[in-house]
Design a protein around this ligand. Structure first.
Ligand code: CTP
Ligand code: MG
Length: 179
């Protein structure tokens, strides 16, 4: 039990930059959309007005910064073999989270879903799954191996956390819809 909890906590710490990158655009985003208002061949918006350049940049920079801060605690965390990996992981997670988020929006627009319409699982987990994919190049530098069962538990917990934080963000006026 204790080893399971330790493994989960370690994974959550590893993914802190992805969570930060995912949350940052809600607070710091706005303005010009990434797709510049352009439309796809189906006549619908490419990504939609919710994916803004400022949000994208904020996600990448805060992800990188979160990774760099984790690196300061290297001797305590010991997630990677080298201190330099943390900032790199943060950057990769930040970019991955943003790519996952935008991929979700791209798919939603193709399905004729408007900005803010819910797309279960994709909305909650797309960022984390893509952040994980982007981490692949430096996974060999991890001091531990990620067990599939632990990763699935992280996804489930993230889903629940995402639902609750979005509900809260809606209640305090940060988000228009509670999902
Ligand atoms: N946001 C942003 N830039 C991004 C991503 C998000 O500015 N690259 C901001 C927008 O204000 C957006 C909010 O964060 O409304 C919430 O993001 P999200 O839930 O991903 O957007 P949705 O409005 O649900 O749009 P979509 O249907 O495309 O997911
Ligand atoms: Mg949404």
């Amino acid at each position: 039990m204790l080893t399971m909890v330790t493994a989960l906590v370690r994974l959550f710490v590893l993914f802190i930059p992805a969570y930060v990158a995912n949350g940052a655009p809600v607070l710091l985003g706005g303005g010009c959309p990434v797709d510049l208002g352009k439309r796809f061949i189906d006549g619908r918006k490419l990504l939609g007005n919710s994916k803004t350049v400022r949000g994208l940049i904020a996600g990448i920079i805060t992800g990188f910064a979160a990774g760099a801060v984790l690196g300061v605690w290297h001797t305590h965390l010991f997630l990677f073999n080298d201190r330099i990996c943390y900032a790199l992981a943060g950057l990769l997670e930040g970019v991955g989270a943003m790519v996952g988020d935008m991929t979700g929006s791209f798919i939603k627009r193709r399905l004729n879903l408007k900005e803010g319409d819910p797309a279960p699982i994709m909305d909650e987990l797309g960022f984390l799954i893509m952040a994980t994919v982007f981490l692949f190049p430096i996974l060999s530098q991890l001091t531990f191996t990620i067990e599939v069962i632990h990763y699935f538990l992280v996804l489930i917990i993230t889903y629940v956390l995402h639902k609750s934080t979005n509900f809260l963000a809606n209640r305090i006026g940060l988000k228009k819809v509670p999902w």
